[in-house]
Design a protein around this ligand. Structure first.
Ligand code: UD1
Ligand code: CA
Length: 453
């Protein structure tokens, strides 16, 4: 049977105490809702509906290409009411999987067990929690069959003691869902239409309820507050660190790494403490990353070392480079092999050829730097004239003396030497020393000023 997924994401998330719609709060750098959609997509559903309402435009704008159908729930009258909004679009021959946009750590494998197990019945995902507070509790009958779900706010003292909780995920046929949904009322502590009432309705119709156990308690964990979001962030990062360790990566401290995207590592990669990886990062064999580095959308060749406190954003590094400490590679920085970029050097939209070095205090922007070039300390490419950006070309085997100012557009021809402190605003000839600074003079008749009297 085809599968239609309905993701509930219309709630206000009052307890987040934030202007941002709850499902847009980031976990590992991506909105909560993105994680839920990933899990759903892994099941190859026919269609995915997202019921949204609070902050509707912002939510939609955050997912321009998600391949989902948006369903508006103008007033948030409860999870049952939310599903009802999507129902007219769900095919009557479909299996329906309901997911909650604020329960982000569910694994596709668990959802697969749910969907396969729920054929002919109603399936839910449950877990035992040490602290079940806030969740709907699973009430079982004397024969240990699931009888109903009771929400925290409606539960009696003895029901509150139940530690088995509801994830919010449901799977059942559309054919069954429709009549039950129309029976759900809002006579409860919150005056909401609870989707969870489905369970008691199924039991009343003698339809078996299958409770699939989650692999771990985090799969069912919902985000209702910043506190819960922070806890889940650590859980995610813990899973990520474990994955890296299992793949043979050395982590100085698995509790002090943050991966907000996809980090791929070759063999014998080592990562020191407090590094943040964002977007797509790929580290070749034997790459070493020092402490306190931020790497975003970066690819790094084998044997390259990134030293402490470096910030790399949209950069490509070849093999055996040495970058940092305190280096900044901005978008479009492309380093060939054996390149050195040292402390307080900023590189933007520039290529540096093999074996070139800029070791101290420089800015290289919109530049083409050849191979074996030595860029002296304090050298600046003046790429911006206040209106437009211009390119600087430094050909192979040049030596740029310290504190040179290269006013773009300008070309430093192959093998040029530039005297320290020069301001170069015209192209230089190849293989010559160019000096562009006032000549040094000393005045022999000079006397130091004296105070009178
Ligand atoms: C819900 C479940 C509870 C379960 C818990 C798991 C109900 C009645 N209760 O409680 O049994 O243990 O999730 O996390 O379902 N939403 C809408 N429209 C609405 C109301 C909610 O789209 O009118 C969405 C929210 O955006 C959220 C999800 O549904 O993504 C769950 O709603 P929430 O209010 O957080 O329910 P809980 O009280 O956490
Ligand atoms: Ca919730």
């Amino acid at each position: 049977m085809p599968l239609d997924v309905i993701v509930l994401a219309a709630g206000l998330g009052k307890r987040m105490r934030s202007e941002l719609p709850k499902v847009l709060h980031p976990l590992a750098g991506r909105p909560l809702l993105a994680h839920v959609l990933d899990a759903a997509r892994a099941l190859a559903p026919r269609r995915m509906f997202v019921v949204h309402g609070h902050g509707a435009e912002r939510v939609r704008a955050a997912f321009p290409d998600a391949g989902v159908d948006w369903v508006l729930q103008a007033k948030q009258l409860g999870t049952g009411h939310a599903v009802l909004q999507a129902l007219p679009q769900v095919a009557s021959d479909a299996d329906v999987l309901v997911l909650y946009g604020d329960v982000p750590l569910v694994r596709p494998a668990t959802l697969r067990r749910l969907v396969e197990g729920a054929r002919g019945s109603v399936g839910i995902v449950v877990a035992e929690l040490d602290d079940p507070s806030g969740y709907g509790r699973i009430v079982r009958d004397a024969a240990q069959r699931v009888a109903r779900i009771v929400e925290q706010k409606d539960a009696t003292a003895s029901e509150l003691a139940i530690r088995e909780v509801n994830s919010g995920f449901f799977c059942l046929s559309a054919r069954r869902l429709a009549p039950w949904l129309s029976k759900i009322g809002n006579d409860n502590a919150q005056n909401e239409y609870y989707l969870t009432d489905l369970v008691a309705l199924a039991v009343a119709d003698a339809v078996p309820v299958l409770a699939v156990k989650a692999e771990d308690q985090w799969e069912v964990a919902g985000v209702n507050s910043m506190q819960e979001l922070a806890v889940l962030e650590r859980v995610w990062q813990g899973r990520e660190a474990r994955r890296l360790l299992e793949a043979g990566v050395t982590l100085a401290d698995p509790a002090r790494i943050d991966v907000r995207g996809a980090l791929e590592c070759g063999r014998d990669v080592s990562i020191d403490i407090n590094c943040v990886f964002e977007g797509r990062v790929s580290l070749g064999d034997n790459v070493r990353v020092g402490p306190n580095c931020v790497l975003k959308n970066v690819s790094i060749g084998a044997g390259t070392e990134v030293l402490a406190f470096s910030h790399l954003d949209d950069a490509e590094l070849g093999e055996r480079c040495r970058v940092g400490p305190f280096a900044r590679l901005r978008p479009g920085a492309r380093l060939a092999e054996d390149v050195h970029v040292g402390n307080f050097v900023e590189v933007k939209a520039s290529r540096l050829g093999a074996g070139s070095k800029a070791n101290h205090l420089s800015y290289l922007g919109d530049s083409e730097v050849g191979s074996r070039v030595n860029v002296g300390a304090g050298t600046i490419t003046c790429n911006y004239d206040g209106a437009a950006k211009h390119r600087t070309v430094i050909e192979d085997d040049c030596f740029i003396g310290s504190d040179a100012t290269l006013v773009a557009p300008v070309r430093i021809a192959r093998g040029s030497y530039i005297g320290a402190g020069s301001t170069i605003s015209k192209d230089t000839p190849p293989g010559q020393l160019t000096v562009a600074r006032a000549r040094q003079v000393s005045i022999p008749s000079w006397k130091p000023p004296r105070k009178k009297g």
